[in-house]
Design a protein around this ligand. Structure first.
Ligand SMILES: NC(=O)c1ccc[n+]([C@@H]2O[C@H](COP(=O)([O-])OP(=O)(O)OC[C@H]3O[C@@H](n4cnc5c(N)ncnc54)[C@H](OP(=O)(O)O)[C@@H]3O)[C@@H](O)[C@H]2O)c1
Length: 402
């Protein structure tokens, strides 16, 4: 485990202990204060705005807010429920601890004595009380939150399916298993609600934003509504696991956009673009530090945060007239060159090719080792080795932060 994830785990364990000692029963403000040990801005956690229709660049969309679900209402709503979180990876950790800190009944179900079992024990889940083998947890749960890896959702389905009995709610954080059912064979029984809450970020962020008294954006969707309450349950569960704002989607739209985005600019395309730019600089005699600074360091430390804060035009305006002119000229060139690649990528997502690859790779017994090997190859690329040294020169660098 890296020192960063170790630190995250320690801080979340600490926060859980604090909350367990002073379990809040009132509103988010007291919860958030208990967790972070300091006052949280009132507006951030006690809004009175509720559900609303908003105009996103000319398109009207509904947004749901957790301010409609203050803690007493949330606890009352779920007072007869047991949330059975199956799987304790990044999402299981974040969503499970948040729901527990919100005062709900939560049990975790994972393979006995696996890595997740060990991590759950470290986070304070107690074997036989709140931590069980998968089948046992499902039997105890009224809401079954399937947070196994997408490949494991498929391989374990034959064992899990008979336990999802009438009256239970089946919850996912990705449309993957349901939408690509021809490949995953995950077909829910017809007499249960099937819903989705997909946090738009890693489970670590789900947890850290919650501890800061903020909430992650999540997409919500309903696949099957047997009770007529599926949508309401999805919204309430989104709040329970630490969402701040909830956006409507469908299972299909969620999985298509998610698989597409992470293969695109969120992860795949960005590594490809960084590498291509760096490579040409190196071929033209630039040093590794210069190539890295002009490709990654300036992007992540200076310019991308400006886009995040106020948009692309704001970032352009913050740069020199020379930089602006060149960027304005070259942006359409990159757009044109990349459009066919993004078209190919979307099609590869929609026709299930990406799903089948993920199922094959992540279904291997050696998936953890195989992944570690490929990530180590990236870590060993010259660009990222140069980055290691560049980061060590940052004013706020701490040797234990790598
Ligand atoms: N991570 C994200 O950023 C993110 C964001 C939004 C939504 N999601 C979605 O949330 C869900 C969970 O993702 P995640 O990233 O939290 O978890 P993950 O890392 O993909 O999966 C980890 C969990 O799956 C279990 N597992 C793997 N193979 C198994 C098998 N054959 N039998 C039983 N258990 C097995 C692991 O247990 P062991 O330790 O015992 O192997 C572990 O508890 C997925 O649907 C994912 O698409 C993820």
């Amino acid at each position: 485990m890296s020192s960063v994830s170790r630190a995250l785990r320690q801080s979340s364990r600490h926060a859980s202990r604090v909350v367990a000692q002073a379990m809040p029963k009132a509103a988010y403000s007291s919860l958030a204060r208990a967790v972070v040990g300091k006052a949280v801005p009132r507006a951030a956690i006690q809004g009175v705005r509720g559900v609303k229709t908003m105009d996103f660049a000319g398109v009207k969309e509904t947004v749901y807010e957790r301010s409609d679900w203050l803690l007493p209402k949330l606890q009352e709503y779920f007072k007869n429920d047991t949330l059975a979180l199956i799987g304790y990876g990044s999402q299981g950790h974040g969503q499970g601890l948040n729901a527990r800190d919100n005062g709900l009944n939560v049990v975790i179900g994972v393979r006995k004595d696996g890595e997740s079992w060990r991590q759950a024990v470290e986070d304070g889940w107690v074997p036989g009380e709140t931590l069980f083998p998968i089948e046992e947890a499902i039997k105890k749960g009224t809401i079954i939150m399937n947070l196994l890896s997408d490949a494991a959702q498929s391989s374990t389905w034959p064992t899990i399916a008979p336990l999802i009995t009438k009256g239970k709610t089946l919850y996912f954080s990705h449309g993957f298993s349901i939408v690509f059912k021809d490949d995953t064979h995950v077909i829910p029984p017809p007499d249960v609600d099937v819903i989705l809450v997909a946090p738009k970020g890693s489970g670590r962020t789900v947890r850290t934003l919650f501890k800061e008294g903020r909430g992650i954006n999540s997409s919500i969707a309903v696949w099957q509504d047997v009770t007529g309450k599926a949508k309401e349950r999805a919204i309430a569960l989104a709040v329970a696991v630490g969402s701040g704002y909830m956006y409507d989607t469908t299972f299909e739209k969620e999985v298509y956009s998610d698989l597409y985005g992470e293969r695109g600019v969120l992860m795949g395309a960005i590594q490809g673009l960084f590498r291509a730019q760096y490579e040409i600089l190196r071929r033209n005699g630039h040093t590794p530090s210069e190539a890295f600074n002009e490709t990654v360091e300036e992007a992540t430390q200076s310019l991308y945060p400006l886009i995040g804060a106020k948009g692309m035009d704001y970032m352009y305006n913050a740069c020199s007239t020379t930089a602006r002119r060149g960027a304005l000229d070259w942006a359409p060139v990159f757009e044109k060159a990349n459009l066919p690649i993004f078209e190919r990528l979307y099609e590869s997502v929609r026709n299930g090719t990406e799903t089948r690859k993920a199922l094959e790779f992540n279904g291997r017994k050696t998936y953890r080792e195989d992944l570690a090997r490929e990530l180590e190859e990236i870590n060993n690329q010259e660009i990222w080795r140069a980055g290691h040294t560049v980061r060590s020169l940052r004013p706020d660098y701490r040797p234990d932060s790598e």
